[in-house]
Design a protein around this ligand. Structure first.
Ligand SMILES: Nc1ncnc2c1ncn2[C@@H]1O[C@H](COP(=O)(O)OP(=O)(O)OP(=O)(O)O)[C@@H](O)[C@H]1O
Length: 256
């Protein structure tokens, strides 16, 4: 169940945005993709869910070329929670989660007992049973993220890709969502902005700067004052989390 990017390059609008990325997400690990705004995180992740085609390099799922798989088969291997989380149609929560079952059905198949049971189980697992009949678009940001995680659970893929899953969430939901994701037991690659939270939840992290990986490894090796300065141009203090020992960032004011 590993995910491997080998020499991955991605061009967007005639410009190379991701250059020569080698990155492995081992079976069952939670791996963070870090990097400043515009460093190429989303562009890279979009090659994994086939919105972008690599200009060079390969994406391997358990050694199989992801792009060679038919879309339905690829969707059984990789579930995605992208950044945009509103939908044009007024789907209920249950209907949203049932969309996750699509790769397991033929085109005109209706939802059967198995699909409904899988969707209800997934909704229960993220603690959203009370929201099953609510319109998805009326949910709060944190509730929406939980429902999208439920959809990924119902999809029953063994890999999960997330693009900034904690964006716009308050501290409670940030922790809840990452706790939920880390507890799923699937292989996870997540773009994350909060480096302290990334350190708390990721087995390893990779740092992108201007489309190139400049560091990768356990959080304590990558989230250092030097690398944060180099990648983000930011001056921070880093202390050890008192409970976990993981790096915790303290922002500094430019002028005191
Ligand atoms: N469709 C596009 N057309 C033109 N430029 C693009 C397109 N998509 C991405 N880019 C550019 O590629 C670069 C990387 O963008 P990307 O969204 O991958 O960065 P990111 O690391 O995900 O940023 P953020 O943290 O702000 O979401 C940026 O300079 C962006 O403007």
């Amino acid at each position: 169940m590993s995910l491997e990017l080998v020499g991955l390059c991605v061009d967007v609008a005639g410009r190379r945005v991701v250059t020569d990325v080698d990155l492995t997400v081992p079976d069952g690990h939670v791996v963070g993709l870090l990097g400043p705004n515009g460093s190429g995180k989303s562009t890279l992740l979009k090659t994994l869910y086939r919105v972008n085609r690599p200009s060079a390099g390969r994406v391997l799922v358990d050694g199989t070329d992801l792009l060679a798989l038919p879309p339905r088969q690829a969707a059984r291997r990789i579930a995605v929670i992208a950044q945009e989380s509103s939908v044009e149609f007024d789907f209920t929560v249950l209907e949203m989660v049932l969309i996750g079952r699509t790769p397991h059905k033929r085109v005109f198949d209706r939802d059967d007992h198995t699909d409904l049971a899988a969707a209800r189980h997934a909704i229960d697992r993220v603690g959203c049973a009370h929201l099953a009949d609510r319109s998805f678009n009326t949910l709060s940001g944190g509730e929406k993220q939980r429902v999208l995680i439920a959809r990924a659970i119902a999809q029953d893929a063994d890999h999960l890709i997330l693009d900034e899953p904690t964006n716009h969430l308050d501290i409670r939901y940030q922790v809840e969502v990452l706790e939920l994701v880390a507890g799923l037991g699937v292989t996870v690659l997540a773009a994350l902005h909060d480096l302290s939270l990334a350190a708390l939840f990721c087995d390893s992290v990779h740092l992108l700067a201007q489309g190139r990986l400049i560091a990768g490894g356990p959080p304590a090796q990558v989230i250092t004052t030097d690398l944060v300065r180099r990648a983000y141009g930011a001056e921070v203090l880093i202390v050890d989390h008192p409970e976990t020992g993981t790096p915790h960032l303290i922002p500094r004011r430019a002028r005191r």
